[in-house]
Design a protein around this ligand. Structure first.
Ligand code: SF4
Ligand code: SF4
Length: 462
């Protein structure tokens, strides 16, 4: 057996494992930082406030899974409305393609939940531990009472915020007032308790500990977004022509240097720990922090801003950026199509569902009066928020008679009613063995609530 250790060989394979380096991004200020703050505050504000909004005596937005109803302000969606979800998902996909092709990864930098929650966790961290230099100092410090107190305070804050997040999340699925009472009385169901803690744990883990690792290693969007980029896509980039050769300005410096003074601030503020001067990298989430950091340096040096900027590859090469291009026009047209389709479907939506099921045990029978009779089960779902009484009408064969299993067809709001229905016709009116009939349900108090379904009427061979 050879006594040469594997690590002694020259062509040792590089390790596939890289130890995680904790990133302490330095705080920034400036135009893009303010924009990001605004995005974080408004998006998180919406998330925490929306479950508390009321509409017509109920929660305005509620995804009631046990009842299989989605309440969105004045609208109630049922599983029968799955078409809206399909269109909405298509709209979201094309909106992502459109904005990525046009403006790069703005979603990642400003609106993705991972970024938004990470940002607020970083704010809390800075509030407790201080900015990057203090955080690094604290990290290097051996554990002592001071460090323990600071770390415990930070984690307590993170955990409290995570619990609030988990509780709010469940409040989108269980009425939040009821959930609050249940939690205070330690009376919440097992599932509600599980999801509050699960979502809290996910928030604490993702925004507190994993942070940029989610974007770099787990997010599929980071991997395929490059396919949507072209030379006219806006992205965060370093102007190499202007910045190089980089270097610190020394007294009596004779070498001709570019505008980059190699201060490293653009790297220190980066939440994913990359150096934008190395060119485009999939780890860049377009948070734009490096732009503000570099602009501050340029202002101090009395140089024009924009050495690191939000620009396009064509711009950097001195060429014109073309905004309107085939990809943008195609994605834009699809966006308009799906938005209009959803708008149109919503205006045409009738909160009423009707199903007609033929009695399969008996094709037809003859009544004592000599009529041919077919029996059906009619299922009426009142998807409206008011009770309605409906009338049923059958058409398609001359002299068609309709008899209901009950006199009054009253269906309470949000309920479904199954009733037997009999259609009878004089056999002489049957021109074929099986004929089409149309059954219509219409609310007596609102003629617009009207829906029709086709079915078959089966008789004897002539
Ligand atoms: S912040 Fe600007 S000047 Fe400083 S290293 Fe980065 S690119 Fe160069
Ligand atoms: S390179 Fe700049 S824009 Fe990209 S993630 Fe880092 S700081 Fe944000």
């Amino acid at each position: 057996m050879s006594d040469i250790k594997q690590s002694d060989t020259k062509d040792e394979a590089p390790s596939l494992y890289a130890k995680h380096q904790v990133i302490h991004p330095r705080s920034t200020s400036g135009f893009y930082t303010n924009l990001r703050r605004l995005a974080v505050i408004s998006l998180l504000g919406l998330y925490y406030i929306v479950p508390w909004l009321m509409w017509d005596g109920r929660q305005a937005i509620l995804f009631d899974l046990p009842e299989r109803k989605f309440y969105i302000f004045g609208l109630v969606f049922w599983p029968q409305d799955a078409i809206y979800l399909t269109f909405l998902l298509s709209l979201a996909a094309f909106a992502l393609f459109f904005f990525t092709t046009l403006a790069g990864r703005l979603w990642c930098g400003f609106a993705c939940p991972q970024t938004v929650w990470t940002e607020i966790f970083i704010w809390m961290e800075r509030w407790v531990e201080g900015d990057r230099p203090q955080q690094i100092k604290l990290e290097k410090m051996p554990m002592n009472a001071y460090k323990l107190r600071i770390k415990a305070t930070k984690h307590l804050l993170w955990i409290s915020f995570s619990l609030w997040t988990g509780y709010t999340f469940v409040g989108y699925f269980t009425p939040i007032h009821l959930l609050t009472e249940e939690l205070i009385a330690f009376n919440a169901s097992g599932w509600e308790t599980f999801w509050v803690f699960f979502y809290s744990f996910a928030t604490y883990g993702n925004a507190g500990w994993l942070r940029e690792q989610i974007c770099i290693y787990m997010c599929p969007y980071a991997r395929f977004q490059g396919a949507m980029f072209d030379r006219n896509t806006f992205l965060v980039a370093y102007d190499e022509k202007r910045g190089e050769p980089r270097g610190a300005r020394k007294r009596n410096e004779t070498k001709e240097l570019g505008d980059c003074v190699d201060c490293g601030l653009c790297v220190q503020v980066c939440p994913t720990g990359i150096d934008i001067r190395d060119g485009q990298q999939y780890q860049c989430i377009t948070c734009t922090a490096c732009i503000d950091a570099c602009d501050e340096v340029m202002v101090k040096l009395n140089r024009p801003k924009g050495l690191v900027g939000y620009t396009t590859e064509n711009n950097l090469e001195g060429k014109k950026t073309q905004i309107l291009r085939p990809k943008i026009l195609i994605y834009g047209a699809l966006l308009v199509f799906f938005t209009s389709a959803i708008g149109y479907l919503l205006t045409q939506r009738i909160p009423l569902s009707l199903e007609i099921v033929r009695d399969r045990n008996l094709l037809f029978r003859e009544t004592n009066e000599g009529f041919v009779e077919n029996v059906y089960i009619v299922k009426i779902l009142n998807m409206d928020q008011k009770d309605h009484t409906y009338q049923l009408v059958a058409e398609g064969i001359e002299g068609l008679k309709l008899e209901l299993g009950q006199k009054d067809l009253k269906v309470p709001a949000g309920k479904v009613v199954d009733i037997p229905l009999s259609l009878q016709v004089d056999p002489s009116k049957l021109t074929k063995k099986s004929m089409n009939v149309v059954i219509t349900a219409q609310a007596l108090d609102n003629p617009d609530l009207k829906i029709s379904r086709d079915s078959r009427f089966v008789g004897k061979n002539k």
